[in-house]
Design a protein around this ligand. Structure first.
Ligand SMILES: [Zn+2]
Length: 456
């Protein structure tokens, strides 16, 4: 009986082996049997991706059909047709649209749903790091090939280890720019202020109460391996007579010192800043991005335009909290503040504030955050501009502007496919079914055994 089953079993294996990680890229790299093939394929690997369309992000148009020639981990050619070198593996993606891998400029790999619960208090650093590796995998499978981790919320530079493991090909995940903990003042945003003082609950952030402490903390975080600095600039938030009110944490001069210290080391500062005057101080100091940006004065918006400081709206977290609030009162507050944000976003679009795309994923499930692009469109941004914000501005914000974010010769081969036209139906970005990062295929749902998916 077992012998009789063998041919069928072998056939099933042949047909159902998913084309992920290495099988599309041809010969396995040295060390494949140890699972060390996730970082990049052999330089001899040649793949042609063929689909109905390709998204030209700069022009905001579809090119039809769409083809990308990938050699090793780089894009060699892209357009309506590319050369098909002898021996190249041709991946047919039917009616889909090829586009650059998505960028999420605001993630928390070290948070999972229930972030307003006690997870940062009761879960160990080891436990949280294991979950972060799963989060990184989920985000990659959702089409995000590059991300900025905006704070581990209490486990310091553990994100450095996750970033390095991904870069070394030990685990699947997006390419990452990581901060360590955020930096905050004593009693500031997300400090552990509602606990029994006798229990001495630790904050999620690293304390820095003045200019000197800011500089020392930044030096420590960069020493620990952080790529950039995250600072909490406002909080705790309230709505007073329909207007957001939020205290600032650092003066413009203090933030300027932080920005200068980061710049000395070749990096930048992103701030959590919900509203005025904290957002103005951040813009005056020349931060790289203002996260959330619910309230920006005309002067703040002018400075952001002038200095190309990105607003990162993070709508999805607001939508999620509004629909998952533990009490009716909190739900009402979250709905009110979301509506306020949308109204302010309209003003920001009219003022041409530079925008990047970040979801704040973590408190809601990893891998689902492509909805952020849908929400930016829903809230008033044309789809072509959403993709420019995500891919062109996102790659600049992450410091990879000449490497990712476009399907162009010489760029790293971060390519996804979506089932349809993302310019007319942006919701297709939530249905990514093909993911290549750095020339390695990580997801290919539609194909099974054959590299050739059939009719073009
Ligand atoms: Zn965040």
């Amino acid at each position: 009986m077992m012998l009789a089953m063998l041919p069928l079993a072998r056939r099933l294996v042949t047909v159902l082996v998913p084309l992920v990680f290495t099988s599309l890229s041809g010969a396995q790299a040295p060390g494949a049997e140890q699972g060390l093939t996730l970082a990049s394929p052999p330089q001899t690997s040649v793949i042609v991706l063929h689909a109905a369309h390709l998204l030209d992000v700069e022009q905001g148009v579809l090119v039809s059909p769409g083809e990308v020639l990938v050699r090793g981990n780089h894009i060699a050619e892209a357009g309506s047709s590319v050369s098909h070198p002898a021996g190249a593996r041709v991946v047919h993606l039917g009616s889909e649209t090829l586009m650059p891998g998505l960028i999420d400029a605001h993630v928390h790999l070290f948070l999972h749903p229930g972030a307003e619960d006690m997870q940062t208090v009761v879960e160990s650093a080891a436990q949280r790091t294991i979950l972060a590796t799963l989060a990184a995998r989920a985000d990659l499978m959702g089409g995000f090939t590059a991300e900025r981790d905006m704070g581990t919320e209490g486990v310091g530079a553990a994100s450095v280890a996750v970033r390095n493991a991904i870069d070394e090909g030990l685990i699947p995940g997006p390419r990452l720019r990581v901060s360590a903990n955020a930096i905050s003042i004593l009693g500031g945003h997300e400090d552990a202020i509602h606990f029994n003082p006798a229990q001495h609950i630790l904050p999620n952030a690293d304390y820095a109460n003045d200019r000197h402490e800011l500089i020392a903390t930044i030096r420590q975080q960069l020493k620990d391996g952080a790529d950039f600095i995250k600072i909490y600039q406002t909080g705790h938030d309230r709505m007073v007579n329909g207007v957001l009110v939020t205290p600032y944490q650092y003066t413009a001069a203090q933030l300027a010192a932080a920005v200068a210290e980061a710049a000395r080391m070749g990096t930048r500062v992103g701030v959590h800043a919900m509203g005025e005057p904290g957002t103005l101080y951040a813009a005056q100091a020349g931060v790289a991005s203002i996260e959330h940006a619910y309230q920006l004065s005309p002067e703040t918006m002018r400075l952001m335009r002038e200095k190309q400081i990105y607003a990162v709206p993070t709508f999805q977290i607001g939508e999620y909290f509004a629909s998952h609030a533990p009490t009716p009162q909190l739900a009402a507050f979250m709905k009110a503040i979301y509506a306020y944000h949308v109204a302010e976003f309209h003003k920001q679009l009219a003022a041409n504030v530079p925008m990047a795309v970040g979801s704040d994923v973590g408190p809601f499930p990893h891998g689902t955050q492509a909805r952020e692009l849908v929400l930016m469109h829903q809230n008033g941004m044309p789809t072509a501009d959403v993709f420019r914000a995500d891919l062109l501005h996102g790659s600049q914000l992450l410091g990879w502007q000449d490497e990712i974010g476009q399907l162009k010769p010489g760029y790293d081969a971060d390519v996804i496919a979506v089932p349809g036209d993302p310019l007319t139906d942006i919701d297709v970005v939530t249905k990514v079914n093909f993911v290549m990062k750095n020339g390695v295929v990580f997801r290919d749902d539609a194909a099974t055994a054959t590299v050739d998916r059939g009719a073009q």
